[in-house]
Design a protein around this ligand. Structure first.
Ligand code: PMP
Length: 305
């Protein structure tokens, strides 16, 4: 990814893609203390539009606050950086990676004597779990890795180091031939995917785990809004893995994963083993919102002019 043309916003300036580098003694590279976001822009009839940009930037600042990290830019500057990278790279649709990390002033766990550095990069990225996954659903395996305990690393921060747990879980699942992992919390209840929140459908009602051990997903919040517009009842509660096994439908949500049906968990087909009708309707509405085809939800889009 490093050797290509383009521009990355780095500490307030657009720099050449190949020059957006950092030293090997960068603090965050050693200890994982950093925060990031995943944001998408979609192609719309009025040009590229960034979905829920302000909400993503707000979460980046909340993540930094949780870690006690002071970001040297304002939310407005970070928002503008997203617009700048779309324009500079001539992108029609893209995935963004804003990230704040500690620089290379001093190593050691304490104190944080390093400058906070910030990047916003953007590149084209298709369906995270594959186009076929979006249509037919994916195969998921319950992970042998437990999701973070709330008092070890905090799940409300989208923090770099938290993703070691996600990567271990995802690697294990994909090495076993599955598409994604489902992580349980310390008490054995369903928490989330390695990079997604989860919903299940049973008898026409939607259920999703409460946010104790899961990231407060922006797609999750969008689906909550869509469900209310569809007149669906939504229950936020602790969910067990056997409730997922016996659900009529299940799906993951995430900026990268969008709305991806789960067709199987631990070799048990969910419902009819494909994309269920409620999942299909939520997915349809989600894509029409992000692509600017739904006038009611245009306030969620930031158009890149
Ligand atoms: N949980 C985890 C662990 C994630 O990494 C993500 C992706 N950011 C999500 C849930 C979904 O969050 P969002 O819908 O805001 O992308």
């Amino acid at each position: 990814m490093a050797d290509r043309d383009g521009y990355i916003w780095y500490d307030g300036k657009l720099v050449d893609w190949r020059d957006a580098t950092t030293h090997v003694l960068t603090h965050t590279l050693h200890y994982g203390m950093g925060v990031f976001e995943g944001v998408r822009a979609y192609e719309t009839a009025d040009g590229p539009a960034i979905f829920r940009l302000q909400d993503h930037t707000a979460r980046l600042f909340r993540s930094a606050k949780i870690l006690g990290m002071n970001l040297p830019f304002t939310p407005e500057q970070i928002n503008q950086a997203h617009l700048d990278v779309v324009k500079a790279n001539g992108l029609k649709s893209c995935y963004f990676r804003p990230m704040a990390f500690y620089g290379s002033g001093k190593l050691g766990v304490a104190p944080m004597k390093n400058d906070v550095r910030v990047i916003v990069a953007a590149w084209p990225w298709g369906a995270y779990l594959g186009d076929e996954g979006l249509e037919k659903g994916i195969r998921v395996k319950t992970s042998s890795f437990t999701r973070h305990h709330v008092n070890i690393t905090m799940c409300k921060a989208k923090a770099n180091g938290n993703y070691m747990n996600s990567i271990l879980a995802n690697n294990e699942a994909t090495a076993d031939g599955y598409d994604e992992a489902l992580l349980l919390d310390v008490d054995g209840f369903v928490a989330e995917g390695s990079g997604e929140n989860i919903f299940i459908v049973r008898k026409g009602k939607l259920y999703t785990p409460d946010l104790t051990s899961a990231l407060e997903g922006i797609t999750r919040d969008t689906v909550v809004q869509i469900a209310s517009e569809m007149g669906l009842q939504l229950v936020e509660k602790r969910i067990t893995r056997d409730e997922v096994y016996s659900a009529d439908e299940a799906f993951f949500t995430g900026t990268a994963a969008e709305v991806t049906p789960i067709r199987e968990l631990d070799r048990r087909p969910i419902g009819d083993g494909g994309r269920g009708p409620i999942t299909a309707e939520i997915q349809k509405r989600y894509f029409s919102i992000v692509k600017g085809q739904d006038a009611e939800h245009r306030h969620w889009l930031t158009y890149v002019k």
